[in-house]
Design a protein around this ligand. Sequence first.
Ligand SMILES: [Fe+2]
Ligand SMILES: [Fe+2]
Length: 156
Amino acid sequence: MNKEKKAADLEILSYLKEYLDDEKVRKMNEYSAHGKTSVLSHSLAVAKMAYYLDRKFGFNSDKKVLLVGALLHDFYLYDWHDAKLTHKLLEMHGFTHPMKACENAVKDFGIDKKTQEVIKCHMWPLTFKHMPRSKEAMLVCMADKICALKETFNRW
Ligand SMILES: [Fe+2]
Ligand SMILES: [Fe+2]
């Protein structure tokens, strides 16, 4: 591992350690996100990707908002493959899980409004009403799509 990557990983860990030590966050390891990737691995990958994009394009984001929002963006804590089948579009997992993740993150960690926005907006444009309005929210929204694509194609 080169020096720069090691320093980046250490900085990311310094913001996320207290969350990664939490039992409920660890529970995300029991649910699968895409293919063989657990929700926890996916969320960590999104945090690293958002951090990378932030540095690469010089956004100078609020690192705590960016990284905590990324780690908790899918903190919905259920197996979405078992989710109740519904024909009502707006009740489907893709539309509802950002709000559920945000509710859980507020309840368990009391996250601030800016971090709540990162979580609520990560599925945009699917959730068309929740458009990212901060650089942190936009970066996590992009990072999530990049990681989801990589994880989906890697299983083939
Ligand atoms: Fe999500
Ligand atoms: Fe995600």
